[in-house]
Write a protein that binds this ligand. Sequence first.
Ligand code: NAD
Length: 301
Amino acid sequence: MKIAWIGLGNMGGPMAANLVKAGHLVTGFDLSDAARGAAAAAGVSIAGSISEAVGDVDVVFSMLPAGRHVRSVMSGPEGVLAHLRPGTLVVDSSTIDIETARALHESVTAAGFRFLDAPVSGGVFGAESGTLTFMVGGADADLAEARPLIEVMAGRIFHAGSGGSGQAAKIANNMMLGINLAALCEGSVLAGRLGLDPKTFFEIASVSSGDSWALRNWYPVEGVVANAAVNRDFQGGFAVNLMRKDVGLALEAGGSTATDLPFAALVVQYLDKMVELGWGGRDSASLVKLFDGSLTAAEPS
Ligand code: NAD
């Protein structure tokens, strides 16, 4: 199929690359030179503008930082919707606020196209290995049409419900991820201070009641988990800024549903501190530095 891909960053780049590997023609657009270069090297043909990328495609995917980016990419004379063939399916896999996702369902449909909110879980490794979990909101028929493409990038695909339900699932999930991450950052520091060998403690916790996905994939002590960001000085991965955004989205959703979320609120305070100290671009497991006392530099080196 002919696919347009808007947003070729840490996640979008490898996801688009997997569609190329599966034999699809993917035309991509991104504002960043580095993202465009990496995607081109993986076989994505790079367009000079959004209109050039989407003019003649069957499906458009977007993978952008936040709701405001998705709104701006979709709307306006240079935006996606102004240049699509009638009926084209638009799939947004970014993690964005539920209100924007619902508004996009309405505006994209009103403009004569179709829309799915389809955020993902599984991180950069999941994007590279084509094993992401997709949580999809929207019509059955639209998901059926997108499914063969999503399957290339996914380990699991869930139809969460009507428009916005994919984001609802993602936001509740990532709020739990943020709280789990804070717990394992504290726990790993305490275990170390109590004299436990990090590998031994990891092995115990990962088959005991302290286990979590975050623990098994992101354990923040060097040399314990092969792909964990701590082994590369917290470069790449799932940025503090993005985790702050996601747990913040949960607080917004808590506000709009009169739900008290005290632990999420506490995690946001600590993530804000990391952002203030210049660590917003590093992997979110760098949060451990607030607990182990190693955050000596105001900015990461
Ligand atoms: P990223 O910052 O690496 O990539 C986003 C890309 O969008 C960047 O390359 C940026 O240049 C591009 N962009 C921004 N505005 C644009 C515009 N107007 N037109 C074209 N391109 C534009 O972020 P990421 O890690 O790839 O995350 C993307 C989304 O996926 C976010 O919503 C994030 O919350 C979600 N997500 C990330 C992870 C992860 O582990 N990184 C996991 C699950 C979900």
